[in-house]
Design a protein around this ligand. Structure first.
Ligand code: FES
Length: 74
């Protein structure tokens, strides 16, 4: 995650809970998947956190960065 923060998560966990666990926050807007305020990059793929859960095909590490918020530091 941003700032080299690492944590563990399980398949199906929600993004908001996981980032909160490490003291980060994903901005939100609509919470219905339409505004894009909650977009994060997961292994280079853009994901809207409010409408997706954690998925890992091979249980590998996921690299997460925020797409537009400078506080996440990319
Ligand atoms: S909060 Fe609007 S798309 Fe997620």
């Amino acid at each position: 995650m941003p700032n080299n923060v690492e944590t563990y998560a399980f398949e199906g966990d929600d993004w908001f809970s996981i980032v909160k666990k490490v003291g980060l926050e994903i901005p939100t807007g609509c919470l219905t998947g339409s505004c894009g305020a909650c977009e994060i990059d997961v292994n280079g793929e853009t994901v809207r956190a409010c409408i997706s859960n954690i998925k890992s095909k091979n249980k590998d590490a996921l690299r997460v960065s925020f797409t537009t918020d400078p506080f996440w530091g990319n």
